[in-house]
Every structure is written in structure tokens, then in C-alpha cells.
Write a protein that binds this ligand. Sequence first.
Ligand SMILES: [Mg+2]
Length: 222
Amino acid sequence: MSTDMAPLQAVLFDMDGTLIDSEKLWSIGLVEVADELGGSLSAETRASMVGKDLVSSVRMLMADLGVTGEPAVVQRLLVSAMAREFANALEWRPGAEDLLKAVRAAGLRTGLVTSTHRNLTSVALETIGRDNFDIIVCGDDVAHTKPHPEPYRKALRELDVTADATVAIEDSPAGSTSARTAGIATLVVPLEVPVEPAPLLTIRPSLVGVTVADLQALLLGR
Ligand SMILES: [Mg+2]
């Protein structure tokens, strides 16, 4: 454990379930598409989709329903269902908007690191603000999506910051694994599914009352 603490330079935010309460909207969109395909999605499969990318989610949905055919067709159905939900019903998670504003006001660099593809992310950014982020890494920008560390490594490279001067904020097991295996201290605010304790993870019930000083303190002892 080091007694020196690097100054916090950057904060990387997951989107779905962390900044915005979109996992509920994903649940609605998935039910709609399962219905269109003439089946119903199991709770187990839905839970294991949280934090995964679109292509994986479509594959899991089709397998769960026993549907064969062209994944691209199912993917289009899901994207249009989600674009409707995102445009109509997107809400911040408690404390998320205040923390994002505080991080910007403190002059820290920010990145959005999401498994969601760029077309849907663009719809969500109408609510959360494109200008709040210096860089945006989407699910279709990487070869390996969360839980692989590639999305977070790409974000560090694009911001030109090191992992030890950066904090990530996540809600899911897949997202937390991605961030911490990229070497980033991660604040986890679980939403749909619990996240097990692990090195570099700090688990809190929500972002309400979380300050920039709290994020800086996550770099202590790493
Ligand atoms: Mg998430």
C-alpha cells in the first residue's frame, strides 16, 4: 500500500444503470422484442445481460427463446424499441447528475465508457449531455466489450491519463470487472444485480452525496 496518492485527473462513467436508469428500459425493450418473436425472456438470461453489449444480448435473447434466424434482424428490432424508450423515458440515477457536474466543475477530464452502441448512445446523450464528456467509448468502438478491460484501456489512452490517476463508476459485475482489470479504482453502485467485493472496488448504495473528494480518496491505498 502506497502512502503517496496521485492527484485524481479523470473520471470514467459507465452509462446504463450508472448515470441513467436505463436497465429498466432495456427490460421493457427486451420484453417487447421477445413478444414480437413469440416468446418470453427468462429472468436468469435477462439478469446475465446486464452490462453486456448489444450483440451478446441479441445472441442470448435468441438462444433463450430458441429463435433461429438472422441476429441482425433481431438487433434492428431491439435498437428501434430502445430508441423509443430512450427518447421518451430516460431518467438520471439518483445523485448521478450532481456528481457529473461536480466532476466537470473541478476541472477533471471525463469519459463515457458504455457497452451500448453509438446510435443508441447518441439518443441517451440528448438527456445526459454530449458536452459533459471529453471522450466517448461505445460498444461498437472495441473488439472486446465489458467485462474485457479493452473499453477502459481505450478510454485511458484517448484521455492520455494513467489508471492510477483515474476513477471509474460502474453498476454491474461485467462493467466492474472491465474497469478493475484495466487497473482502475472503481466506485460501484449496483442496480439490477449485486456486485461481489473485489480488489479496487468500492461498493456504495447510490451516488447520492458522493463528492469529488470521495473519488479522490479512492486512489488512497491502491
Ligand atoms: Mg451499466
